[in-house]
Design a protein around this ligand. Sequence first.
Ligand SMILES: NC(=O)c1ccc[n+]([C@@H]2O[C@H](COP(=O)([O-])OP(=O)(O)OC[C@H]3O[C@@H](n4cnc5c(N)ncnc54)[C@H](O)[C@@H]3O)[C@@H](O)[C@H]2O)c1
Length: 252
Amino acid sequence: MTQKTAIVTGAARGIGLATARQFLAEGRRVAMVDRDAEALAEAAEGLEGAVPVPCDVSQPDQVAQMMEHCARELGRIDALVNNAGVADFGPIEDTTFARWRRVMDTNLDGVFLCTQAAIPHLRATRGAIVNIASISGLRASTLRVAYGTSKAAVIHLTMQQAAELGEYGIRANCVAPGPVNTKLALAVHTPEIRAAYHDAIPLNRYGSEDEIASVIVFLCSDKASYVTGQTIASDGGFQSTGVGLPALRTGQ
Ligand SMILES: NC(=O)c1ccc[n+]([C@@H]2O[C@H](COP(=O)([O-])OP(=O)(O)OC[C@H]3O[C@@H](n4cnc5c(N)ncnc54)[C@H](O)[C@@H]3O)[C@@H](O)[C@H]2O)c1
């Protein structure tokens, strides 16, 4: 079996769906994993080479079954994209332990579980892992005590994975997207937050799903064969602006 493959979690919509489509376009077979089975079936319909696999990545038993199923269906696993994520913005005082756990379950535990289950398969192909963090994991802000902490942990987890799995030829990298107009962002970005993001981002706009997906696909490709342990912000320059005061801008 020589055709390359990939597993993408959270692939029913948004950044995960765009990533699955780009992998398919370059000729990979793709296991599309999502816990929303209905949306997943709809998203995968008509996509040649796509294998929809319903699974909640925060559940160890489901992850073990999902990985077995993917290995059987795909024959080999060349890349794992840990993209499934949830957002919950709120002040520290209002973040109940249940809300904190709900974010950690998917955003952090899911990345740990899926990667661990994929290791034997990725060893066989000297494959690649890409974890999706966020600019909220690189820079702290209000309302993101759970979300931002989960994403900062994903950035460190990526370095742990790169350090340990390098000797198997497995690379692990991370993409930290800036704001993208997906269902996740629409649920937590008010019009005021959107305007403030536009002000703070040097490119003055949100990114698109495809602009994030193309960085993910690059990091999984042989073109990135000597890149591991890195976090790349695909964020319109947000991370690079230290004192990002709109009032310090010229030409507006
Ligand atoms: N959209 C943004 O502005 C933005 C910015 C930075 C980082 N991100 C990150 O990018 C990733 C994708 O986000 P998106 O904006 O495309 O979100 P989205 O909400 O549009 O899609 C996320 C998908 O993940 C699935 N999912 C959630 N929890 C799951 C679980 N436990 N098991 C399996 N599937 C699960 C959902 O059903 C959904 O289909 C997330 O990790 C998110 O944190 C997004």
